[in-house]
Design a protein around this ligand. Structure first.
Ligand code: ADQ
Length: 456
């Protein structure tokens, strides 16, 4: 069996030393499968001078990258438009951020058609096709129409909202029909599976029994496959001498008894602003802890072209300035704010050094940062928003409602004061769970399930 992956981004990037495999996320999970079985990775081609088909590695190829060339305007409408300004806010229940421009959908359709055409061209009998995420909702059915016998799976990385929310998007039914070209659709947790089944039942009148949708004479299975991280890699990186030296530096430089950490892409779904406001409230409520606690907020620049993201950054910058201005002293900076990317090893140092990881998205499909903290830390507390997939996967975290300002502020104090035996008990249980979610096991489980769909 060969694997054909279709995803928005390619898993390789050009560095000064030539082409190399990307680190993290999907590339980590799927490249070993492609290396073992061979295949093709179909992705968006944003730069016109890159080849349409590229063998990787060039000298002894394991697989090919196939690029779907897009114009700047198509990238704007399909990616920055339909994917990031319609489907992203919709799926995170933030409909106030939706921008419903019909041109977005027209280009989204066109681009999905082109992805499907590339898959169809590459497809050989007995290949498995695995599409990824909300960028490619329509492509599965385009492939299905051309190849009725193809084996098609899709994994959806963000939440699937309640049916009543999903139906708000124009063309909701067309989008659902597109996805139902698959044999298997995976989500992180059961809640999203239930929401999807209800969407298909109510909006399309599809027959649903258990987790199977009967649709146009075929069966489509809807399953929960929670995604994990590369646990061995994070464990190894944390133990390395270089990382431990960085941990020591960080603690020395911070100079406070407690270190609290937030790490996110700079996105309005991650709840960075309300987290900062909660930290401010915590400082107001707990004067005896002034000078003893530092909060590191690390935010990776993301979708920086979009106005909502620029606006959010301004608000975050202002809040940090206000808190540090009101509470900071000559010897104490309450909030250390870093708006930049780090290497995974550097992130491990932050995780290892932090007494509390404060992860409070307003919604999040899974949230891998929570899992990275659990693997890389040895006696800290994970405070986790109950509106994340990770909260279902890690019930031993200190769960909090990110919309409850006072509860957020109180959770910081509770985490800092948690007794060592309780901290250890919770963290040990979460470490076992994160081991089970491991990204390699996730890929195996999904592909085995896709295989069994075909056999049954
Ligand atoms: P994201 O929204 O990107 O992913 P998340 O799962 O937390 O959210 O993954 C972020 C990744 O970026 C982590 O691996 C983290 O280490 C890395 N990262 C964050 N800040 C960084 C920095 N400053 N420098 C370098 N790396 C940084 C989407 C969904 C999630 C879902 C994943 C996977 O929104 O809900 O968990 O896909 O399915």
């Amino acid at each position: 069996m060969r694997l054909i992956v279709a995803a928005n981004r390619a898993p390789i990037r050009k560095t000064k030393k030539g082409w190399s495999a990307s680190i993290g996320g999907l590339a980590t999970a799927l490249l070993p499968v492609l290396e073992q079985h061979g295949g093709v990775w179909v992705a968006m081609g944003e730069e016109p001078d890159l080849p349409e088909r590229q063998a990787f590695p060039a000298d002894d190829p394991d697989f090919h990258v196939r690029r779907v060339a897009l114009s700047d305007e198509e990238v704007d409408n399909y990616y920055y438009g339909m994917a990031n300004r319609v489907l992203w806010p919709l799926s995170h229940y933030m409909i106030e951020h939706m921008e419903l421009n019909p041109v977005f959908y027209e280009d989204y359709k066109k681009v999905n058609r082109r992805f499907a055409d590339a898959v169809i061209e590459e497809l050989q009998p007995s290949d498995q096709v695995w599409l990824q995420d909300y960028h490619l909702m329509l492509a599965p059915n385009y492939v299905r129409e051309a190849r009725t016998d193809a084996t098609l799976g899709l994994f959806w990385h963000i939440p699937w909202p309640a049916m009543e929310v999903f139906r708000i998007v124009p063309k909701a039914r067309e989008l659902l029909r597109g996805m139902l070209g698959c044999d298997l659709i995976g989500f992180h947790v059961d809640e999203y599976v239930e929401n999807f089944l209800e969407s298909a039942r109510v909006l399309l009148g599809a027959e649903v029994s258990g987790n199977v949708i009967r649709w146009q004479g075929r069966e489509v299975r809807i399953e929960a496959h929670p995604l994990g991280i590369d646990t061995a890699r994070f464990r190894r990186m944390t133990e390395e001498e270089e990382t431990q030296a960085a941990v020591k530096n960080l603690r020395d430089e911070t100079g406070t008894e407690y270190l609290i950490l937030g790490i996110d892409r700079m996105d309005y779904t991650k709840g960075i602003l309300s987290r900062l406001l909660a930290f401010e409230q915590f400082l107001k409520d707990n004067p005896e802890l002034h000078g003893r606690v530092s909060f590191y907020q690390i935010a990776t620049p993301s979708r920086t072209k979009l106005e909502t993201y620029k606006q959010m950054k301004r608000e975050v910058d202002e809040a940090v300035g206000r808190i540090d201005g009101s509470y900071g002293t000559d010897s104490w900076v309450p909030v250390h704010y870093r708006y930049r990317k780090y290497t995974q090893r550097e992130l491990c140092a932050f995780y290892n050094a932090a007494d509390v990881c404060f992860i409070t998205p307003l919604r999040d499909g899974m949230n891998l940062v929570a899992q990275e903290y659990v693997v890389s830390n040895s006696d800290g507390v994970l405070v986790l928003s109950e509106l994340t997939g990770a909260s279902y996967a890690l019930p031993e975290s200190l769960s909090v409602n990110p919309y409850d300002h006072q509860a957020l502020a109180d959770s910081i104090r509770e985490a800092l004061l948690m007794q060592p035996d309780e901290r250890q008990r919770r963290l040990a249980a979460m470490k076992e769970r994160v081991d089970e979610l491991d990204v390699h096991k996730w890929a195996d489980r999904f592909l085995q399930s896709l295989d069994s769909v075909v056999v049954s």
